[in-house]
Ligand binder design. Structure first.
Ligand code: OGA
Ligand code: NI
Length: 196
């Protein structure tokens, strides 16, 4: 990873709570990770909203299917991605004293026609999630495919992030955001960096 890239990502995250890194992984790597998700499509499950006793499944709010990535059995390519991602978060910790100690990640598939309503990634009963990360895996994405991530910072215009293969989005988990309806199956790896 180039120091200029890290510096730019840290500066963007510091000033706006949002940082975008196109080409964080190569298109070939994105293809491999997307195929890994496709192969496991049958073991993905319908994502819920809330946590613990507050967990609810509501397709009209959230349409994606997910599978948590188990640290003990990560595929080699996912591991390379997760390790690169952890390096950035270590840098955030070092520069901004975020105090992040843990992370969790899941694969996600939004079937054609699904979306995720505006929400925040922090739960009502705990603020452990500090930074949200999303790595996009759709090659040949075009506008007609939709499925953009839209983030709503408090004192700035909404940011529209196109879900192009290899692009990494990082944002503060407290920022409201939504996933617009995707017209095609949309593949990604989503994660959270947390305090204890
Ligand atoms: C989420 C989420 C954004 C995206 O899973 O909480 O907001 O672009 N995902 O997939
Ligand atoms: Ni979210």
């Amino acid at each position: 990873m180039h120091l200029q890239d890290i510096d730019r990502v840290c500066a963007d995250f510091y000033t706006s709570g949002i940082a975008v890194w196109p080409g964080f992984i190569s298109l070939q790597e994105a293809d491999i990770l997307r195929e890994e998700i496709k192969k496991q499509e049958n073991s993905l499950f319908k994502a819920g909203i809330g946590n613990g006793r507050n967990l609810q499944v509501k397709s009209e709010i959230r349409g994606d299917f997910i599978k948590w990535i188990d640290e003990g059995s990560v595929s080699p390519f996912s591991e390379i991605y997760l390790n690169k991602l952890k390096e950035i978060i270590a840098e955030f910790n070092r520069r901004f004293f975020l105090g992040i100690q843990k992370n969790e990640h899941h694969m996600a598939l939004y079937p054609a026609g699904s979306h995720y309503d505006r929400h925040v990634d922090t739960f009502k009963n705990t603020d452990a999630r500090v930074v949200s990360s999303v790595l996009y895996l759709n090659s040949n994405w075009e506008k007609a495919h939709g499925g953009e991530l839209v983030i709503y910072p408090e004192n700035a215009a909404a940011r529209v992030i196109e879900p192009r293969a290899g692009l990494l989005a990082l944002f503060e988990s407290t920022l409201p955001h939504e996933v617009l309806t995707s017209q095609v199956p949309r593949y990604s790896i989503t994660g959270w960096f947390k305090r204890n």
